[in-house]
Design a protein around this ligand. Structure first.
Ligand SMILES: NC(=O)c1ccc[n+]([C@@H]2O[C@H](COP(=O)([O-])OP(=O)(O)OC[C@H]3O[C@@H](n4cnc5c(N)ncnc54)[C@H](OP(=O)(O)O)[C@@H]3O)[C@@H](O)[C@H]2O)c1
Length: 386
């Protein structure tokens, strides 16, 4: 029986992870759950799964949860999350938190030597070098949940070092594939949230529409697999059937295929190294008929270009990129920025903040806070001038 702490259990990844757990009651047991502020949903999940400890990032939400739920303990804030992990006696933490708020629990889990099923790609974008060094030092494993990275993890498992020439990550292209900049000027939040192949939380869905998600995934892959950026590629594949590919030195290319369903990589990460049944449709190639591929349009989708540049710059640049993106996406979702302003806010924030070296997690927290302040000012000015 594997004891699992599920962080971000009220979100898209969290709810699907609970679905996976409920089908594996012989192998998996949830011992703690967490959310940001959705306390009623969290308490309902705790009751349903017999969990005795929960944590909420928002102290007000935590206070309300403690008043209404007396069957267990409610922890609060980032320290509460750290305690939830450290005191749980768990074997695995699934981090399904959105944004750089996921970094602290990632560090807490790895620091305790606890294996981490990682959906929170921002942890690696912000603190990749330090996070992977910490995992190495404590011997904890990071098992990716992102579908592309889960595919790569599986594809790379049996390859010897030095035999893999390139890793290729696919991108659906999002809802605005094929559009020009002029056609993106007036797109609405609703249109940006209508992803063609995946159902996900709001932030990652907007990241998919701007293609920032692919930039974040390149940085994630670089850190997870220790591969230089020159060996990482993205190809647009609108059907989202092939999740990733690897090209080998003998001319062979291996691919991982399946219908888009996050329960597959979630189940893989929760059960690793075992595989169990997941109730998904087997792939029907004849029904699919054709799989298509296109080059990326980096001129129109500037976030990808900005992400690649920040990745190459290293140091605090990916942290700044991520923080500015979170601020800009939040403002777009709230109707304060237009779609193309997201890239503009990130570009100006990166230009205003010089890249520094990263010495510690504290220096990353400072860089994150500073980038959020600058991005908020740039976003407010951009919104006023619109
Ligand atoms: N969804 C997918 O299919 C998918 C696929 C690949 C990778 N990912 C990655 O997985 C992560 C989660 O994505 P998602 O789509 O599941 O997001 P989501 O639906 O927005 O859920 C996010 C979860 O994080 C919690 N949360 C929000 N802010 C928090 C904070 N400051 N501190 C602690 N918890 C907080 C939320 O709680 P509340 O409900 O209270 O707000 C919720 O439980 C992201 O990093 C994303 O890039 C997602």
């Amino acid at each position: 029986m594997r004891r699992v702490v599920l962080l971000g259990s009220t979100g898209s990844i969290g709810v699907q992870a609970l679905d996976v757990v409920s089908r594996s009651s012989e192998q998996l047991r949830v011992v703690a759950l967490s959310a940001g502020n959705a306390w009623e949903q969290l308490v309902a999940q705790a009751r349903r799964y017999g969990v005795r400890r929960i944590a909420l990032a928002d102290p007000d939400a935590a206070a309300r949860a403690s008043e209404s739920w007396t069957d267990g303990e409610v922890l609060s804030g980032p320290d509460g999350l750290v305690r939830l992990i450290g005191e749980s006696g768990c074997d695995l933490v699934l981090n399904g938190i959105v944004g750089s708020a996921g970094l602290v629990p990632t560090v807490a889990a790895l620091g305790e030597g606890i294996d981490l099923a990682l959906a929170n790609k921002e942890s690696l974008v912000v603190g990749g070098e330090l996070v992977t060094a910490l995992a190495e030092a404590t011997g904890a494993s990071i098992i990716p949940v992102d579908s592309e990275h889960s595919a790569l993890y599986q594809l790379l498992a049996s390859e010897r070092p030095g035999t893999v020439d390139r890793l290729i990550v696919t991108a659906s292209g999002g809802p605005f594939r094929g559009r020009s900049s002029a056609e993106l000027a007036d797109v609405t939040v609703e249109q940006a949230l209508a992803h063609p192949t995946w159902e996900m939380g709001g932030k990652i869905t907007i990241d998919s529409a701007t293609l920032m998600n692919k930039a974040l995934e390149l940085i994630e892959a670089h850190h997870l697999f220790g591969v230089p950026y020159e060996q990482l590629e993205v190809v647009v594949h609108p059907q989202s059937i092939i999740h990733s590919l690897i090209q080998l030195c003998d001319g062979a290319t291996l691919a991982h295929l399946g219908y888009p369903d996050m329960r597959v990589p979630i189940s893989y990460a929760l059960h690793y190294p075992e595989r169990v049944d997941v109730p998904v449709r087997p792939l029907d190639l004849v029904e699919l008929g054709a799989l298509t591929f296109e080059a990326l349009d980096e001129e129109t989708f500037a976030c990808l270009r900005l992400g690649r540049a920040a990745a190459r710059a290293g140091g605090t640049a990916p942290c700044t990129l991520n923080a500015a993106n979170e601020v800009a996406v939040h403002a777009f979702l709230a109707g304060r920025l237009r779609f193309l302003d997201i890239a503009a806010v990130i570009e100006e924030t990166l230009a205003r903040l010089p890249t520094a070296q990263v010495h510690s997690f504290d220096s990353l927290a400072d860089a994150d806070a500073q980038a959020r302040r600058v991005a908020a000012l740039v976003a407010a000015r951009t919104a006023r001038s619109a």
